[in-house]
Write a protein that binds this ligand. Sequence first.
Ligand SMILES: [Mn+2]
Length: 321
Amino acid sequence: MAKVLDSCKSFLLIVHKCPDPDAAGAAVALASALKARKKKVSIGVDKNTISKQTKLLLKKLHHKISFKPDYDVDCIVVLDTNSPMLFSLDKVLNSKAKKVLIDHHHPKQEVVECFDEAFIDEEAVSATQIIYYLLSEMNVSFTRNICLAIAAGILTDSANFVAATVESFLVLGEVLEKGNLSFQEVLESVSVPMEMSEKIARLKASQRLKFYRNGKHLIAVSKVSSFEGGVAKALLYLGADVSFVGAARGNDVRISARAANTVVSKGFHLGKDVMPLISDVIGGDAGGHAGAAGANGTKPENLDRALRLCVERTRELLRAI
Ligand SMILES: [Mn+2]
């Protein structure tokens, strides 16, 4: 991988739609390392949507994300996603650039095959953890900025260490030390007060909540117009073992799903065993991790059917554990 990157002069680092601190952190860490090697680098996303949390991190890292990415470069690196619903696979394919994928989600073979090089580690808690391994291989000097970017991705993608692994703790320790960073500074780089609209979405979702008991487990389902990821997570805090939250807006439909460690530790996997079943139903794409997954599509009229399928499939899987 290091050799491929060294052979190119100009880079476009593509992050997924609504980039989270992990995607932004991975892009900034890699961009900083490439710039130190005198490469021309820009970070791009195809839609103008960046959360307050990601904006705060980018400000702390002194980096910007372009909404009009220039695909005319030597090398395109897609970071933290392999879902064609979350980045323009067409634009990547139409470019003459070398194509590299760096991701920690369950790989979709047909997408992975579109890339010249893929660095996929499903065991990595965050994309920034993979970037850490890559930069170590490249003998990069770990500046404070690079270290903060990597740490912020590990913190947020591990859901504040709930899903952390020994390896992610080790990488975190390394970057805190190398970057001369306090953990407090990492926390501050991604801590924003919850927006009023998200608070309302969470409370409304609770009002509309339906739940199903399946022996020892509870499955919660609700619908909102946005913030489905935060809402799905909040439903676990309320007591659900697995949650599905649908959001239909205009021609778009999204479903966000979360599963508690109690079921994930027994082999329950949302990204592999549940979400892919509904890609066709919602006219899009689905995938993710064992405990956090999602689906995006263009058939909002099928949202209820998709949610029902998610519940049915989850019930089957939970019965076996
Ligand atoms: Mn990630």
